[in-house]
Design a protein around this ligand. Sequence first.
Ligand SMILES: Nc1ncnc2c1ncn2[C@@H]1O[C@H](COP(=O)(O)OP(=O)(O)O)[C@@H](O)[C@H]1O
Ligand SMILES: N[C@@H](CCC(=O)OP(=O)(O)O)C(=O)O
Length: 359
Amino acid sequence: MKLGYKKIVVKVGSNVITKADGLPDEARIKHLVNQLAELKKLGIEVILVSSGAVASGRSLIKVSERQDAVSARQLLASIGQVKLINAYSNFFSEHEIKCAQVLVTKEDFRDRAHYLNMKNCLQILLTHDVIPVVNENDVVSVTELMFTDNDELAGLIASMLNADALIILSNVNGIYNGDPKEDGSQVIQEIKGSVSNLASFIQTGKSQFGRGGMVTKSTMAQKVAKLGISVHIANGTTDHVLIALLKNDLIHTHFIPEKIKSGKKKWIAHSETSAKGVVQLNEGAKNVLISGKATSLLPVGIIAIQSDFQKGDIIKIVDENNNLIGLGIAEYGSDKARERIGQKKQKALVHYDYFYAAI
Ligand SMILES: Nc1ncnc2c1ncn2[C@@H]1O[C@H](COP(=O)(O)OP(=O)(O)O)[C@@H](O)[C@H]1O
Ligand SMILES: N[C@@H](CCC(=O)OP(=O)(O)O)C(=O)O
């Protein structure tokens, strides 16, 4: 395959595998599985992140309108996931390939030890030629414990496994420079670095069965590409989409990757929600830290410790206007950091190897 990837994460949106009437599109699932099997046989490691549990559940049970949204989602997903994974399992077995169900929550990515346990689980599946089929555990993930959507989850998995590429399959050909339904709109084929006006092209509405929409896809894609992983957004309802994409023969959106970051930096990058403390910097320290040079965060540039943390915690680093600059692992706790505010020749609070610049 022209793009030469050895390990890919493929995320399939609900819309790709759900028909207009809400029923699961088994022919589409089968066609995707056939392509994944073909890639696997070429020696490419494949991890699938598939949405569709809630949509599948809708085809099996009618939820009373009096039911609250959280309970309805729990009911639909718990029933629907069984149907979804059965479809994958049956179609993969036609190729003599085993797949595994991996259901995760946001909590699984918070603590470093827990994160490494999960990484180990996925790796053991891959070394035994099993295709992990990952989805959010919708039964226990409610409200603030939820991922924004499965695009966020797929970004985390691609970072965790140091994948070469993340392929997001939705029901549009890519990110358009206007409303995808309008004739004049065209697919933006290449996105490099942070494009500040990207969000302005994107309509906030979602497709019929989707959760996060294109805004979260593009934010996540830029972040993952910054960590050194290629991200592709393509149309999963196009026949042979994966094969055409990997042959570099498909119109879609490609986020060009930056230099590969270490595994630990990738984890830090996705840990904003579990950050414990907040440290504020002056303008000079901010400019040095985001310059891309290998510089650690020294107390001389700190102007305030806004909330407490301990040695080893992930901390948020903000500028004078409280905008997020980056995330890092604290080399010592907030008590010592407070004593050293503004002082020269003090030990770095965050070492460069454990700092991720968010801008
Ligand atoms: N500029 C844009 N380019 C492409 N799609 C867009 C754009 N603005 C909004 N969208 C919408 O985003 C939808 C895809 O996001 P989403 O509903 O989350 O899908 P999925 O279920 O695949 O995750 C598309 O169906 C499209 O209607
Ligand atoms: N976990 C949910 C998927 C939620 C979700 O993010 O959907 P989508 O925006 O279609 O990828 C399900 O399986 O129904």
